[in-house]
Structures are given as C-alpha cells and as structure tokens.
Write a protein that binds this ligand. Structure first.
Ligand code: SF4
Length: 281
C-alpha cells in the first residue's frame, strides 16, 4: 500500500508484527486515509520500530509514553488520523497509567497493541501479559503473577471501543482495525502478534486453535456492556473481534468544543497550538 516505507523491517522472520502492520496499513487505506494525513506514534520495543516501516508522519516516542504524545498530536491537529502503536510491555507496564487515562479521555484516535506476552527487543523477559508459571530469563522458575487483562482494564476505565485481533488472520485483523479507526473516540485493539523467537507458548498454533471469533457468535452484541464484561472476564476463552463499542461515544474534542476552529492558528505557529493543548490539559 501507499503506507509502506522503503525501509526493510529488521523484525525476526515470522514475527507477528509483520501481519499486524500490514493490517494497519490496509485499514488506513480502506478508510480513505493517505500518508500525508496520517500520524503514527510508536513506543519502545520491537513494535516501536513501526513508524520507520510505515510511510506517514511518525514519531518514535519514549518508553510507555506513546499515548500522551499521540493525544497531543490529535489535539493540536484534529484533521490528522492518529494511530498509536506499541507492545504489551510498553503499553501495560510502564505505560499502564497513560493507558487508563487515554482510555477515559476518549480522544478520537486508534491504539494498536502488539501483544506477544513477552519482552522481545530486550531478549525474552516476562511481560505484563505473560502467563502465570511462564518460564523466562527473569522468571526461571515461572512467573509468580497472574497476567494483566488489558481488555478488562480498558472496560473498567470507561473505554468506548475494545477489540482483539490476531496478526495472522489478515482479513479479520484488517477489518477490526478498520472498525477502530472508524469509531468516534478512542479505538483500542489488542492484537495477538506472536514472538517466534522468545515465546514458545503463545504461538501461532495456540491462537489459531483457541481464539473464538465473535463474528461467528450470532447472539453476541458488542453494544451490550454486560455481555462484553462476561466475555472479557471469561477465564476459559479468548475472543477475537469487537468486544465492546459504545455507539453513543462522543470524542473528547467534540465534548469540549475543540474541533471548532483551528483556523485562527497561523501556519507555522507551534507555540499557539501548544498553548491550546495546555489549556485543555
Ligand atoms: Fe518479533 Fe520477537 Fe523477533 Fe521482536 S524478538 S522481532 S517480537 S519475533
């Protein structure tokens, strides 16, 4: 797509991040965006390299801080399509506080987390979503903690859109990210994106065999928060699809009249734009 840069990814062959990124690029194209109206903000980690591999405006943020940067970009220029990307370590450990607040602010942007349940770039330490008992270099006798459930964290924080996808299911992944982009507010997608080098438990085969696709569950209604809660807290199953969408979601900028008129900010006046952002933060 137009969104592919000429840089060759240095991800390990077979890494789930390839599929995750391809779906993001297709979803952006399918929703009528172009590289010059798109801004990708990435965190730190293997996933953090994505801004280099995509052809758009991009910023490689500080560890765990991609969301506040993305929020600032969107508020400073509401015309941009803002997509924030990161990993499970970046987003749910050091960035967990930012995640909760970005969710409840409901700024109109998309957050894609490449969840491989391990720290890949730093060579295989337990991450916030690693399973209990998972043996890694930092948990040689197995992790002693239950994993964070990012979907539950999002729901409890007042999320207006919660989805989960799988990097290897190209069509469904693209479709799910597309729905997150189209959502009016903060579109959160947790993507299972296997790390083939350091995680031999949460593999492609595991996700292929175990994920339940909500598109095949006739009586599932994503606008029903109670049903979403049950699915998200289901200890026996993991779901793929849109788990929850508040169809009455009103994004932050609209609630506070920020979309109103940016035309009084002269071109090349970043200080004025920053004042506006500060005023509302
Ligand atoms: Fe992907 Fe894991 Fe390699 Fe990182 S270490 S590029 S997450 S396979």
């Amino acid at each position: 797509t137009d969104f592919k840069s000429d840089k060759q990814p240095t991800w390990c062959p077979g890494c789930g991040d390839f599929g995750t990124m391809n779906g993001m690029m297709k979803a952006l194209a399918n929703t009528g965006n172009s590289p010059d109206d798109t801004f990708v903000v990435a965190g730190i980690g293997c996933s953090g390299k994505i801004g280099t591999y995509m052809h758009s405006y991009a910023l490689h943020g500080v560890h765990g801080r991609a969301l506040p940067v993305g929020t600032g970009v969107k508020l400073a220029n509401p015309d941009l399509e803002v997509m924030v990307a990161g990993g499970d370590g970046d987003g749910y450990s050091i960035g967990a506080g930012h995640f909760v607040h970005a969710v409840r602010r409901n700024v109109d942007m998309t957050y894609v987390v490449m969840d491989n349940r391990i720290y890949g770039l730093t060579k295989g330490q337990a991450s916030p979503t690693s399973r209990e008992d998972f043996e890694t270099s930092t948990t040689p006798e197995g992790s002693k903690q239950p994993p964070v459930n990012p979907l539950a964290l999002a729901l409890a924080s007042g999320a207006s859109f919660i989805a989960q996808s799988f990097s290897s299911d190209a069509m469904r992944h693209t479709e799910i990210v597309q729905k997150a982009i189209e959502h009016d507010g903060f579109g959160f997608v947790n993507v299972f994106s296997p790390c083939v080098t350091f995680n031999d438990v949460d593999t492609y085969d595991y996700f292929r065999d175990s994920l339940v696709d909500l598109a095949e569950e006739d009586d599932y209604d994503p606008s029903d928060r109670e049903q979403a809660k049950d699915a998200i807290l289901d200890a026996d199953k993991e779901y793929m699809g849109v788990l929850y969408e508040n169809e009455d979601s009103v994004p932050y900028s609209e609630r506070h009249g920020l979309d109103s008129d940016m035309s009084d900010i002269p071109d090349g006046a970043p200080e004025d734009a920053m004042d506006l952002v500060r005023e509302f933060y």
